[in-house]
Design a protein around this ligand. Structure first.
Ligand code: SF4
Ligand code: SF4
Ligand code: SF4
Length: 410
């Protein structure tokens, strides 16, 4: 994917031919009149923005940053990126709401909540307290949060003997992100199992939150600080011959695309890090193409619905996870929805919860109709949202791949 330099993103508005394709594809504009759509809020509004002043158009806060518009625009207008930059301008001028500050701090929340689990999970389940939080902060009381895991993924990795195995010539630095570390260590464990099964030497080095939650909540300065930290921590490993592989399509997209395209990071090591970062299924597909993947899967029949999250599609490497699922023997029904609605932390916000639920409704209907045993999806927030709206278990494709090597559920 060719990424224009950050300063040129607003200028891509000049490429717009007003065809309206983006507006027909925008999942948010489809379900609410509060958002006039990508063309109006993106390239059209951009022409009236003083480059030195933030946008006066607050409706752009209803853009969920799903990226569908940028994907479908036939003229390469970087609409979602343009909106993200304009939103950050508004936040800078008006001040960042406490809620946005908090929702951007997934790493801090994990550090505070995980050591006290399971007790730290209790307040989120007390309805009157949730109502109070909704009233004070604007986080919808209906939004379900994942539960903190007492054992972090990093803690597990440090103490497990498998983590000490140094096998194979290929080297991977696993980027776990906040969700795997503090909420779903099982996904990191499955990733390590799959990589080590393929004779790959895996390390889990120092890293920070990718910064995407801050970026999408309009806090660019903090997101840049996190991005710079990551570049500083990751670049030496790339020089040592490691590639960075992540299981969260959002984290890897942040490193590969957003640091440069949206945050405008100027760092001599950025290119080194971005060009050596891969989503885990992108990486496994590359291994397979080179004939280096262990393909001794135990085939199992199960019907699943696979939802490719928007962040996954923005990577632009197809849907290898769905292809792998078929090879494991699964009947794969691909989601027809462009977006499940939650868009990171968008759906957690009081004024956006109903919009996000309406965006996701076609997917929830499809899942209800297909009646799969499980849903498979590469993005954590999407999985949690889908689970809470359908009652179906949602898993990461790497968990299913670890199962396929063993011939049974994890
Ligand atoms: S799809 Fe692209 S060219 Fe068409 S209206 Fe939207 S921004 Fe303009
Ligand atoms: S990023 Fe998504 S919600 Fe925002 S304008 Fe584009 S398609 Fe619509
Ligand atoms: S919620 Fe999922 S499907 Fe929707 S914007 Fe995010 S990544 Fe995309």
């Amino acid at each position: 994917m060719i990424v224009p330099p950050v300063n040129s993103i607003p200028l891509t508005s000049d490429l717009c031919i007003k065809c309206n394709i983006c507006t027909s594809a925008c999942p948010v504009a489809t379900v609410t009149d509060l958002f006039p759509g990508p063309k109006a809020v993106g390239p059209q509004a951009q022409r009236f923005r003083d480059p030195h002043l933030p946008s006066p158009d607050k409706s752009l806060d209803y853009c969920s940053a799903c990226g569908v518009c940028s994907l479908v625009c036939p003229h390469g207008v970087q609409i979602a990126e343009m909106n993200a930059i304009a939103r950050a301008g508004i936040m800078k001028r008006d001040g960042l709401p406490l809620r946005n500050w908090l929702l951007g701090r997934s790493e801090l929340l994990g550090k505070l909540g995980s050591p006290f689990a399971p007790f730290s999970n209790i307040p989120l389940k007390i309805p009157p307290l949730r109502k109070l939080v909704e009233w004070v902060l604007g986080i919808d009381a209906r939004a379900k949060f994942p539960t903190f895991s007492r054992e972090t993924f990093r803690g597990w990795f440090k103490k497990t003997p498998a983590a000490g195995r140094m096998i194979g010539a290929r080297k991977v630095l696993y980027f776990h992100g906040c969700a795997t570390n503090y909420y779903e260590p099982r996904i990191g464990k499955a990733a390590i199992e799959v990589l080590e099964r393929n004779q790959i030497k895996v390390t889990v080095a120092e890293q920070n939150c990718c910064g995407l939650p801050m970026q999408s909540n309009g806090d660019f300065e903090s997101a840049r600080a996190y991005a710079r930290n990551n570049i500083r921590k990751l670049a030496p490993w790339v020089r040592e011959g490691y590639v960075i592989v992540g299981t969260s399509t959002s984290c890897t997209l942040a490193i590969k695309h957003e640091y440069q395209a949206v945050l405008g990071i100027d760092d001599p090591d950025l290119e080194l890090v971005t060009s050596n970062t891969y989503d885990i299924f992108e990486f496994l597909e590359m291994l397979d193409e080179e004939g280096l993947l262990d393909t001794r899967f135990v085939r199992r029949s199960e019907k699943v619905v696979y939802h490719a999250p928007c962040q996954q599609r923005t990577h632009g490497f197809g849907r290898p996870a769905a292809d792998f699922l078929r090879r494991f023997g699964f009947t794969v029904v691909e989601s027809r929805a462009d977006c499940c609605g939650v868009a990171g932390t968008y759906g957690l916000k009081k004024e956006k919860y109903n919009i996000a639920a309406a965006v996701g409704q076609p997917l929830f209907n499809q899942i209800a109709h297909e009646k799969p045993e499980r849903v498979v999806c590469d993005s954590e927030t999407c999985r949690w949202w889908i689970e809470s709206h359908t009652g179906k278990k949602a898993v990461h494709p790497i968990e299913v791949m670890a199962e396929a090597y063993k011939g049974r559920k994890q």
